[in-house]
Design a protein around this ligand. Structure first.
Ligand SMILES: C[S@@+](CC[C@H](N)C(=O)[O-])C[C@H]1O[C@@H](n2cnc3c(N)ncnc32)[C@H](O)[C@@H]1O
Length: 358
């Protein structure tokens, strides 16, 4: 674990770069290898209503901030590490190492509403799920801004990584199937669910961590395999799921193809019509092939969306639309213009329009 394992394909999620003292973060990480960190992510709290210069009340918290013309006043990222009049910004790295992974029994009052996540920083591409990505926060913000829509739902998350978005979703939804691939990653994800059990218990939400590999055509139900599905879970998923989410999961074209095959298979077999939300960051890369900047993974994602919309299997109808990012920001990260959210709906004549039994 402590060996230096950085290679040319090492990638670093930007989410900790808003902290103070992030200069040379990559260099410092390089020196220590890939330890496990625990960070806390805090939902911004609603602040007292203040009076603006024009005498109008200004809500500085959960409501989107509007200027006098009614345009969205984008919240700038805090400079210098601290936002004035607020707690220190989050995420904050709490600790490094084993002692961090306590089960959260002895909680301080100030810990309420704080999500703690075990993760690594700067990984090779095959371990990207062990980092937290901006798309996870964008999705979390969307969930927190649309609580009514997800209240008491059964939700499937694909490519959940550390599980942070599933945990946020479970503060609203009834049950979340939090899925990814690989025993190591799924174990980390399960530890994160345990670290946040205080939040989940008080919200009455349930997170089930299961393996769902986009490169397979089925659910693994072998009881000998860790994180496999029980037959009851597979049935519950099909009978009750109405929402699917996937945050920052399109970065390799073969995987994206597998993901879309999986989505088509699952969404066509659900008992109820469903809505899928995708968050994606349009990453620009210079390629020698094009001798220019391009965003191939994003372009491939858009092509897959078009293919889905154009499916004519005589059964399932898919709709695809972008979601405007005009919902409030609850978590601290840079909502850069390359971040996007997409909404896909699916329905077919055999599906029951009624809300699933709670
Ligand atoms: C960039 S990470 C995003 C993780 C998390 N959603 C987030 O935003 O922080 C992409 C995720 O896709 C998962 N993934 C890659 N290949 C997969 C596969 N074949 N089946 C399921 N998940 C896969 C990775 O393990 C990883 O967790």
């Amino acid at each position: 674990m402590d060996a230096i394992t950085f290679r040319s394909d090492t990638v670093l999620s930007d989410i900790h770069l808003l902290q103070a003292n992030t200069r040379h973060l990559m260099v410092r990480l390089n020196a220590v290898g890939q330890p496990v960190f625990v960070s806390q992510f805090k939902e911004e709290e609603e602040e007292e209503e203040e009076e603006g210069e024009d005498g109008r009340p200004q809500s500085r918290g959960l409501e989107p901030l509007l200027d006098e013309d009614g345009d969205l006043d984008v919240v700038r990222r805090p400079r210098g590490g601290d936002a004035p009049g607020r707690d220190r910004i989050y995420p904050i790295i709490l600790s490094k190492g084993e002692e961090a992974a306590s089960d959260g029994d002895e909680l301080e009052e100030s810990d309420r509403g704080v999500i703690r996540i075990e993760h690594t920083m700067a990984t090779p591409l095959e371990d990207v799920g062990k980092q937290v990505w901006r798309g996870a926060f964008l999705m979390a913000d969307f969930i927190l801004s649309h609580r009514d829509q997800f209240q008491d739902c059964t939700v499937l998350e694909l490519g959940a990584g550390t599980g942070v978005t599933s945990i946020v979703m479970a503060t609203v939804a009834k049950r979340v199937y939090c899925t990814d691939v690989g025993q190591d990653l799924l174990s980390m994800c399960e530890r994160n669910v345990a670290l946040n059990k205080h939040i989940l218990e008080s919200a009455d939400g349930d997170v089930k961590v299961c393996e769902l590999d986009w490169m397979r055509d089925d659910f693994c139900t072998d009881p000998e395999v860790e994180f496999s599905w029980t037959e009851d879970e597979v049935a519950d998923l099909h009978d009750n799921t109405t929402v699917l989410i996937a945050a920052d999961v399109c970065y390799d074209d073969d995987l994206t193809d597998g993901l879309f095959r999986t989505l088509y298979r699952i969404m066509s077999n659900l008992r109820h019509p469903c809505t899928l939300y995708f968050s994606i960051e349009k990453r620009l890369n210079f390629t020698l092939q094009h001798m220019d900047v391009s965003c191939e993974a994003y372009d491939h994602f858009r092509a897959c969306l078009s293919d889905l919309k154009n499916i004519t299997d005589g059964k399932t109808i898919f709709t695809v639309e972008p979601v405007q990012l005009c919902f409030p920001q609850f978590l601290i990260y840079e909502r850069i213009k390359q971040l996007e959210l997409w909404k896909i709906t699916s329905s077919h004549p055999d599906q029951m329009k009624a809300t699933p039994a709670m």
